[in-house]
Design a protein around this ligand. Sequence first.
Ligand code: SF4
Length: 277
Amino acid sequence: MGKLKPLQNLMVEYLNEAALPTTWCPGCGIGTTIGGLIRAVDSSDIPRQKFVLVSGIGCYGGAGTYIRMSDIHALHGRCPSYATGLKLARPDLYPILLMGDGDSSAIGGNHLIHAARRNINITSIILNNHIYGMTGGQHSPTTPVGIKATTAPFGLADHPFDICRLVTAAGGTFVARTTVYHVAQLASLIDRAISHPGFSLVEVESICPTYFGRFKKMDSPVQMLHWLKDNTVSVNKAKEMSPEELVGKVVTGVFVEEHRAECVTEYQELIKRAQAK
Ligand code: SF4
């Protein structure tokens, strides 16, 4: 990753002034995530015109509207399918998926795991705030057990998905997690994910002060960021901790970084074999 420009300068360059102000609540973690994305794109060797944002539905799904980059606003949960079609038709382009926890692991869960299985060269930046924000605070597949939500007024009985483990099990070849507190790591992991030649995931542990914070009795964004700071452990430190010590902790860092055959390359080889017959 090259030298980072000051975020203030980048915002002027990358934000679509005509679409501002955003619809996001004060203190929401989406802005920080977009800041990390812009920094990574700007410092990448890949020209900005070659990236295509593919955004889904939800508060985070509107992000493409505010950024001066090519953008497809996909149907709910279908970002991986749109990006797969795009990448197969135009291998020279670099799709970046912007999906929330509900979009990627509920309605879009099947699309996510199959994109990972194929190891197609696309990058997904999943913003996990553990709740459906835009529609009023319903629980999602990543809401922790016991937490209250609009749809779980006495606390949730279900156990959550671990999105990084899910994508690892499905075959993703770059899998990492960070948080909106760790802004330098956020940009650096997105940069590594973009450069990775295969299916890559950066899960961003984010904050939704309006719903998740309120249900967790932490209604200040600052309080939520302090919680993230105090409850985050690195992958290496986590290896020395017991399962009991890891309860309630957010493990950050790179879980998987490996190389195996990539979908578009394999597909092109298949076309050549078929045409040679
Ligand atoms: Fe952000 Fe939550 Fe507000 Fe949506 S509802 S913009 S996720 S703080």
